[in-house]
Write a protein that binds this ligand. Structure first.
Ligand SMILES: [Zn+2]
Ligand SMILES: [Zn+2]
Length: 375
């Protein structure tokens, strides 16, 4: 029996009922016009076409542009990382209470679902729908991570997918590992990025239509101070008498910086180091190490091919965020889960994969070793 068939026999009927297979929504490259999967070239919807009407990517690509350093952002990132080195020293020298370490890392991995299942799969991609209590929970978890507000994050992520690997991509990996990892946050953006942020704002009205997104944006500063700074510092001090210094360094700064870096890895490593079983013409790759750290977000070749698939990977891949959404689907808080069918996946594999697809087996861990900045 072929591995694909074998694998899908393991799926329960319940799960199949939950998945809304969307053959009709899948945009195949049948006319062979577009080898690149980014939607700038695809013209998916009328809104997309209109939003690109006056946008000349060729002009922007040819433009001479030199980024300037955003000093306050550079100072913030440098400070966070230096204090995190001190946090690692405190942890390694046993200066911090064990419970504080457990709390910091436990918070990293629970709040991480606010990024993966929340701002990414729900708000950026609309890969499923969520009822109000679930959206509130996801917004709280996301705010704990401290990564901007939902609206700004989702908008930038939509720009990234629509204009991947062009000058309009906010973290264009063609500019190298460090630019994609953190450089883009401390440098002024390319004018093409600013142009597309404005354009996508006009067609992303769905985001601000959600009162949860609106309120989280409106009260972002106080929520950030409460959930990302104050509570992580106060909880270890109040419940197990951690010192203020240790709590500040480990539970606030180190936790915050580690979470940031895990998210950064999706933009850097998962666009550079790994294989491309679904589309060899794009830079995003399958990276099992990033997936392990980022709760399933490292299956990035798959994700850029099927960005609307709530699983961001095939079934069978280790993907804790998919299990998290599945759980909430079971209790009725998540619904309308979209997923690619095996036939869609295999068609794409045969058409544009790099030959590394092995049915739906677990990936080869050594695949992450192959790492290159340019093709
Ligand atoms: Zn990406
Ligand atoms: Zn995405």
């Amino acid at each position: 029996m072929a591995p694909t068939v074998q694998h899908y026999k393991m799926i329960t009927m319940d799960l199949i009922k939950e998945l809304h297979f969307m053959d009709n929504d899948y945009k195949l490259d049948d006319d062979k016009t577009f080898e690149n999967n980014n939607t700038l070239l695809r013209k998916d919807t009328t809104d997309d076409i209109n939003s690109d009407a006056n946008f000349d990517i060729v002009k922007y690509e040819a433009m001479e542009f030199k980024s300037r350093i955003k000093w306050p952002d550079l100072l913030a990132q440098t400070s966070l990382h230096l204090v995190t080195i001190y946090g690692a020293y405190l942890i390694l020298t046993n200066t911090v209470k064990f419970l504080t370490i457990i709390f910091a890392f436990g918070t990293i991995y629970t709040s991480g679902f606010g990024i993966t299942a929340g701002v990414h799969r729900l708000w950026s991609h609309r890969a499923y729908k969520a009822r109000l209590p679930f959206r509130i929970l996801l917004a709280i978890l996301f705010t704990i991570t401290g990564q901007k507000d939902i609206y700004t994050w989702a908008l930038d992520h939509r720009v990234h997918h629509k204009y991947s690997e062009t000058v309009a991509d906010p973290h264009d990996v063609r500019r190298g590992f460090w630019f994609a990892h953190v450089g883009w946050l401390v440098l002024t953006p390319h004018p093409a990025v600013e142009d597309r942020r404005v354009a996508l704002r006009k067609i992303s009205t769905d985001l601000m239509d959600d009162p949860v997104v609106r309120l989280q944006r409106q009260f972002f500063i106080p929520l950030f101070i409460l959930l990302n700074v104050m509570l992580p510092i106060v909880i270890p001090m109040y419940f197990w008498e951690e010192t203020l210094l240790n709590s500040f360094v480990v539970s606030f700064v180190t936790r915050f910086t580690v979470t940031l870096n895990i998210a950064f890895c999706v933009n850097s490593f998962a666009h550079l180091c790994g294989n491309k079983p679904y589309d060899r013409f794009i830079k995003s790759v399958e990276n099992s190490m990033v997936s392990l750290a980022a709760l399933g977000e490292g299956w990035h070749n798959y994700h850029h091919v099927f960005p609307w698939d709530y699983r961001t990977s095939e079934l069978g891949r280790l993907n804790l965020s998919t299990k998290f959404i599945d759980f909430f689907a079971k209790i009725g808080w998540a619904y309308d889960l979209k997923a690619a069918t095996p036939s869609m996946i295999l068609k794409k594999v045969n058409r544009s994969g790099d030959g590394s697809f092995h049915g739906m087996e677990e990936p080869d861990p050594t695949s992450s070793i192959n790492c290159k900045a340019t093709d």
